[in-house]
Design a protein around this ligand. Sequence first.
Ligand code: ADP
Length: 479
Amino acid sequence: MTIRMRIIIAAIIQAAIICVISIFGYLSFNTILSKLRTIEIIDDLNISLLEIRKSEKNYFLYSDVNALKEVVGRGKEIDKVVQSSKKEILKGLGPKTYNVLGTNLSKYLELAQKVISTGKTPPHFGEEFRTLGHELTRLSEVLLKRERTDVNNRIQNSIFMLIISLSAVFLFQLVVWQYFFHFIIKELAIMGNLIQMASQGKLHEVAKQTISPKNELDDAIKALADMARELEKREAVLLQSEKLASLGILISGVAHELGNPLNNISLMAQGYLSLYDILGDGEKKNFMADILTQTDRISRIINNLLDFSRQKKQELIEIEPGNLIEKSITLVSNQLKITNVKLHKYIEPDLRPIYVDAPQIEQVLVNLFINAIQAMPEGGDLTVNVGQEVENGYLIIKVKDTGLGISKEDLLHIFDPFFTTKGTKGTGLGLSVSYGIIRQHHGDIAVESEEGKGTTFTLKIPIYQPKEKEEDAQADRSH
Ligand code: ADP
């Protein structure tokens, strides 16, 4: 069910509860009002009956017929009230008692009327008249008391019911909001998790989510999974085209690099053959020496390619990072001298040793230094920062220059073999070989660059672990 639907249902239930409470409140308020009206009538009745009893008393004290006339006059008025308020009195007394009240009143008035019209008092008149009068006041008092108690009870019940109903509404609200809170938080947590996975590049995990949407949040989760699937597809296409571009650079690079010396060899061999008879020994040697130079170039290229494809065997040794850095800097000290580049070096003290193929790591560092120097033809600052992340077990080397920087487009290709922006002056193998070496050391190489501002290469090399050394030594022995 959609969240919208759930909210509507909850609102309808709540509105229904409030309606029931309001109807109940209205009804009980109305009943109390009518009861209060009844009490008012009965109270008046009671007062009139007390007045009659007063006149009755006067009659017996002074034998004054006028007092009896007053009794009859007031009695008739009471009779009228009893008739007109029959409904209310019936409710309070019930039909039986109502009839008794009516009969008693009629008898009482009849007796009084008889005495007035005959001027004589029948035997037992006093006793009978007083009993009837007493019974009438007793009935009206009972009625008044009963109605008052009834109204009190009703008011108390209404207050109680009101408290109960308001508590029920409050509880219902609490349960409903708890439910929505729990439900929405749960779905949001799933969504948050997926977004986090997506931001970490785990698109495949996100794309795996197969959810049949039941509500708006499920829709969003499904959209997220769909988006991840689409991104995954596009990423694959992009990767493929990047791979093809890299392969293109590699093939054209190999063809170009090997083509030149092979062409030279071919030209020299042709010249050697055609001029063989007229060439002197020295010239023949020169031809051969030139051919050897070209083959040397070919084998250098092949060696570099082997480095890149990690075919060359590593010779690992334990070494202090400081020494390694100093030695690499010495190797480029001449270039630093002849250019306007200033070196800044920050090496943390007490660095833990690393277990690496030292000449390979030197090669990487020299490569980075040379690239940095070449990127600052007008001079600049070359900063080398060396520290360690002991908790992660890495030595961190940062090589920063204030040179030309690298464009966003070139950044995608600088680690590709034969990619160079230096024309014939560059081989385009320095970074690709360095990348291969660092990966083979289970390390990482990253680059940050801004055109016109400079470039920073960050190397991460695992810190030396004696256990690893042992394992590697064992592996070496078993080879
Ligand atoms: P090469 O230096 O022979 O061109 P690399 O593989 O060492 O080959 O470098 C590839 C390319 O990366 C360079 O041609 C250059 O465009 C870019 N590059 C590398 N280092 C830097 C740097 N520090 N500043 C600017 N560009 C750089």
